[in-house]
Write a protein that binds this ligand. Structure first.
Ligand code: SF4
Length: 368
């Protein structure tokens, strides 16, 4: 497949890996921000191709994993209401909240539907005028434009039985939270290429400069990831710290202005809680004043206090402080069939990646 095969080419990957070995003179810790990148690293054994002195730290870039338990519980409370249809994406169904998962509610007869596009939720609202249709909208800046379009369409069509439970989070504030932590162990970041395809990477220049940390915009195929690591190592070895784009086939410096325009119209930036991490200032979207009527949080209050599973160490995993296999529950009390935390559920979750591809990684038994 064109534009895919060449980015999975073993000879090209070997040659970049050799170059990384030749350039590396000391230990470096590099954080890949996105869970999709973590899965590629584990799937293709990228961590085994690079020098042992380079540690890859897995970042908080899994939107399902960082959706706060309160929001998941709110989705439960909404789905339990009579005459409600809750629409969301597949991964959210199995994420445990205080009172089980949405798929559990589905088996009890609640109308929870898996969708592949937010426009499906608009169509469900048109088809069911006597029922209330709620779109559980999660994701980073990548999925937010499509959800924003659905909300715009609902407003234009006056779909009064349509509302949205918004749980969008933004990547640059999370990077800043990690980089500004005095205990930060990260020497360089691989920024998420798909996020930058929407936002561009202008916002990262200030972070690279302020925290003296290289940031390389990186894709998701093995050759992309190795090239991102190579560029990060070169900067680190030379004592440089700037923003570099290793995903030029997809990302422009200014991003996608059309998508940004829709986001600006429908959402406003707000403080947002990240599950296991806490509240990060200006790190999420809420509906803007003009679209506030579509806010499901206003229409459906939450009547109970959420309770977190105390054994799950997802917060430490998401902040790069713990490898998934260092959690006492990993592979024992917590598996993809019976997850205790969201990182074991989501296809971008670090715990699921380690569980799925663990036999490939001899570093599993190494110290962090
Ligand atoms: S292995 Fe399971 S319990 Fe442990 S941190 Fe990951 S999701 Fe939580």
């Amino acid at each position: 497949m064109k534009h895919l095969r060449e980015y999975r080419d073993g000879d090209i990957a070997d040659s970049i890996a050799r170059s990384i070995h030749e350039s590396t003179t000391r230990s470096w810790s590099i954080m890949e921000v996105c869970g999709g990148q973590t899965h590629s690293i584990m799937r293709y054994g990228i961590d085994q191709l690079i020098p042992k002195s380079i540690q890859l730290i897995h970042g908080p870039g899994c939107p399902v994993c960082v959706t706060p338990i309160e929001t998941i519980d709110r989705a439960h409370a909404i789905a339990e209401q009579p005459k409600v249809i809750l629409c969301t994406y597949g991964d959210m169904l199995r994420v445990p909240g205080s009172r089980g998962s949405l798929s559990g509610l589905k088996t009890r007869g609640c109308d929870v539907r898996t969708i592949y596009s937010p426009l499906q939720a608009c169509q469900i609202a048109r088809d069911n005028p006597n029922r209330s249709v709620v779109l559980f909208a999660i994701g980073f800046e990548t999925t937010a434009p499509a959800n924003a379009m659905a909300i715009k369409i609902a407003k234009t069509e006056k779909l009064k039985n349509f509302s949205v439970l918004v749980s969008h989070v933004l990547v640059p504030p999370a990077i800043e939270m990690i980089a500004s932590d005095p205990a930060c162990r990260v020497d360089a970041f691989l920024a998420a290429g798909h996020v930058c395809a929407v936002t561009g990477y202008e916002a990262y220049h200030r972070l690279a400069e302020m925290y003296r940390i290289p940031i390389v915009v990186t894709g998701f195929e093995p050759v992309d990831l190795l090239e991102g690591i190579r560029l990060a190592v070169l900067q680190l070895e030379r004592g440089q710290a700037f923003v570099e784009n290793a995903y030029q086939r997809t990302v422009a410096a200014e991003g996608n202005p059309t998508a940004q325009g829709v986001l600006k119209e429908v959402f406003q930036i707000t403080d947002r809680e990240w599950r296991g991490i806490g509240t990060i200032p200006s790190s999420g979207y809420a509906l803007s004043e003009a679209f506030r009527d579509f806010d499901a949080e206003v229409r459906f209050p939450l009547a109970w206090k959420p309770v977190e599973c105390t054994n799950c160490r997802a917060g430490d995993v998401l902040r790069g402080l713990l490898k998934p296999y260092q959690c006492a529950e990993f592979g024992k009390g917590c598996t993809p069939d019976s997850p205790l935390g969201a990182p074991m559920v989501s296809h971008e979750g670090a715990c699921a990646a380690y569980y799925q591809f663990s036999q490939l990684s001899p570093k599993m038994n190494a110290s962090p």
